[in-house]
Design a protein around this ligand. Sequence first.
Ligand code: COA
Length: 129
Amino acid sequence: VNVRPYEHGDLEGVFALHVAEGWPSFPSDPVRAHRILTNPGVTSFVAVDDGRVVGFTYMLSDGEIQAFLANIVVAADARKQGVGRQLIAAALRKAGGERIDLLSSADEFYAHLPHHRWAGFRIYPPFTP
Ligand SMILES: CC(C)(COP(=O)(O)OP(=O)(O)OC[C@H]1O[C@@H](n2cnc3c(N)ncnc32)[C@H](O)[C@@H]1OP(=O)(O)O)[C@@H](O)C(=O)NCCC(=O)NCCS
């Protein structure tokens, strides 16, 4: 599996992963999806196996300390082989950051806001691929 930065030609493969999960936002507007994945501060990576996109992630980062994992997906038949881990490690290396938050661990703060309580995760490197 080759883990590398996202390119425009990967878009259909990324959509296929999203469709398989029942996620409509990206496939419903390809021009917007490509814009999202290439906007400033956004780091997008794919995992490619024999020409097929089998994994995808994108991350938002300040470039130095704080990164946020926006989305990760690995094809069902490619899971539990370390692809997800490699995607996160590669994206953080490129984006820069000392940690990644997935949603938020500040659940007490969010509990005071008028919406749902979310569990959060904080992920620290280094990662072993
Ligand atoms: C979550 C997901 C991206 C993980 O990808 P993956 O390539 O299977 O992950 P990895 O193989 O790198 O696994 C990393 C570690 O997590 C563990 N793991 C992976 N999937 C797991 C699961 N469903 N339950 C428990 N542990 C799991 C692996 O065993 C591995 O641990 P280890 O290194 O100690 O063995 C993948 O399961 C997926 O695409 N799920 C559907 C989409 C989704 O839920 N995305 C996240 C929300 S946006």
